[in-house]
Design a protein around this ligand. Structure first.
Ligand SMILES: Cc1cc2nc3c(=O)[nH]c(=O)nc-3n(C[C@H](O)[C@H](O)[C@H](O)COP(=O)(O)OP(=O)(O)OC[C@H]3O[C@@H](n4cnc5c(N)ncnc54)[C@H](O)[C@@H]3O)c2cc1C
Length: 472
């Protein structure tokens, strides 16, 4: 049985998470026919926050301005957005310290993204709300739900996809955006390739901000905080314009194994207390009360294999799943989508050779950067939990290595990055059409006025209004 909606001109996007949907919107914007095959019955993201750096926002805007508009509707920034990035605080209270006087050090925007201070360095969205917003840009007849990819067969002219429900479809090229447990990856990298357990697992919670503010005070409610201590870390930041606070508690046990059959394991209060023994009880109480009663095994996929084979390519977690310590995974998927959609727009796929040339150029620029982000994220996990060699609990060194890594991530000039990929594509021979579909950059470096200034001010106004209403 074949799916009538697709043909050999269509680019099949496997997976409808943030990476797949953002890529599909970028391709549609460039007039490239797409079809999304999503395993679930609908588009769905878990209801939690995701932090988005200025690099990722640039990738959204350069991909298509519609994505930036959608992001602007849902972005929440630190209340002290003009300067503040993240405050690093004591996670394990000590009798020698007042619990309210627990600041180890601050990282500022200037220290983390010095060349792009026109936008705040720290922004976040509620995943499900943002996804709901952007799927409005996808025509209903460009998506098939309950289509779980199981197999791929390539011929000279097209690719045939088989799904778990027994149906099949053909297309001109395939982009696997099917996440950390990708089926597309099995075709590209072979059945034995896959992510490995990072030695970390996460507890997640979404806390109403009035509750959070009563417990932790206004400043910590309105601004991103990272509580650090031996063996673990807890991050908190506002989402939904300050209506709720996203919390992620990560236990870091380098070299340990994950033995539970599923990556999501039910937990009890005792498990949480054992993993965060001695930690600030205020944080643990909220993680327990507003959490999911489960812990998530964190896997990463570090490798040196090309992100494509023939007409089949990987994007997002399927290519480079990472731990969340650097807050980079979704942002790297957004950067991937910008580069891949831009290149396919520059050379609309006609022959298999054209498609492969695009994938080769994409791989050449995206693999080094996204793989490096995995390495740095792993290192950050160790830094936060005082386990990094040569750093330990020396806060001066800690601040310095973290600022370096964040600058590497957040300060990237994505126009230069894309131009590099385009030059590589030209070297492969063939034409690159003049209009690449890349929006003209309006964001400016340093203190100039850019698009981003407008949206953090709007976000800040909403957040302040919300909190002042609660105070009165
Ligand atoms: C605890 C935690 C916190 C995080 N925090 C951050 C953060 O603050 N900032 C950040 O940038 N990143 C963060 N990340 C990483 C980020 O969530 C991921 O990198 C990002 O969601 C990956 O998007 P994706 O589209 O590649 O994959 P996914 O979001 O996993 O989407 C994959 C989609 O493919 C579908 N699918 C799967 N298999 C098939 C199949 N066989 N056929 C068809 N469809 C299929 C799934 O249903 C799903 O919709 C965090 C991750 C975790 C676990």
């Amino acid at each position: 049985m074949s799916d009538p909606k697709t043909d050999s001109q269509t680019v099949a996007v496997i997976g409808g998470g943030l990476g797949g949907v953002i890529l599909a919107i970028g391709l549609l914007h460039r007039g490239i026919p797409i079809h999304i095959y999503q395993a679930g019955k609908g588009f769905a993201e878990i209801g939690a926050g995701v932090s988005i750096g200025p690099n990722a926002v640039r990738a959204l805007r350069l991909n298509t301005p519609h994505l930036l508009e959608a992001f602007n509707k849902h972005v929440t920034c630190n209340a002290d957005a003009p300067t503040s990035f993240l405050a690093f605080r004591r996670g394990i209270p000590s009798p020698d310290h007042d619990q309210d006087d627990d600041l180890y050090f601050d990282l500022t925007n200037e220290e983390t993204a010095p060349n792009w201070t026109a936008s705040p360095a720290r922004m976040a969205v509620h995943r499900a709300r943002f996804l709901d917003e952007i799927v409005k840009l996808i025509p209903a007849d460009s998506v098939s739900f309950s289509k779980s990819l199981v197999d791929i067969v390539e011929t000279d002219n097209s690719v045939t996809l088989s799904f778990a429900d027994g149906t099949s479809a053909s297309c001109g090229a395939v982009i696997g955006c099917d996440g950390v447990r990708s089926a597309t990856r099995r075709y590209v990298h072979g059945p034995d390739a896959g992510p490995t357990f990072s030695g970390e697992y996460a507890y997640r919670a979404l806390v109403p901000s009035d509750v959070f503010q009563t417990v932790m005070g206004a400043e910590r409610t309105m601004n991103g905080q990272l509580y650090i201590g031996h063996g673990a870390t807890v991050v908190t930041y506002p989402v939904e314009h300050g209506a709720s606070i996203n919390m992620v508690g990560i236990r870091t046990k380098p070299g340990s194994e994950w033995t539970h059959p599923s990556w999501l394991m039910p937990t009890t209060l005792q498990d949480l207390e054992a993993d965060f023994a001695g930690w600030d009880k205020r944080l643990l109480d909220m993680l327990a009360k507003y959490g999911t009663n489960s812990k998530w095994a964190l896997f990463h996929y570090m490798h040196d294999k090309p992100y494509y084979k023939g007409r089949v390519c990987l994007l997002g977690d399927s290519a480079h799943a990472t731990t969340p310590n650097l807050g980079a995974g979704a942002g790297q998927a957004m950067e991937d989508a910008h580069v891949l959609a831009g290149l396919l727009g520059a050379r609309p796929p006609k022959t298999g050779k054209d498609i492969e040339a695009v994938f080769k150029a994409y791989d050449a620029v995206r693999r080094p950067r996204s793989q490096e982000s995995i390495r740095l994220s792993g290192l950050c996990g160790r830094t936060y939990s005082f386990q990094e060699d040569g750093v330990g609990d020396d806060f001066g060194k800690m601040k310095s290595v973290l600022a370096d890594r964040l600058r590497w991530l957040l300060d990237e000039d994505l126009e230069v990055h894309f131009e590099k990929a385009k030059r590589l594509l030209l070297k492969e021979g063939g034409e690159v059409v003049g209009e690449t579909g890349v929006a003209k950059v309006q964001e400016v470096q340093k203190s100039g006025k850019g698009i981003a200034l407008g949206f953090w001010r709007a976000g800040l106004r909403r957040l302040s209004k919300l909190l002042s209403r609660r105070e009165t």
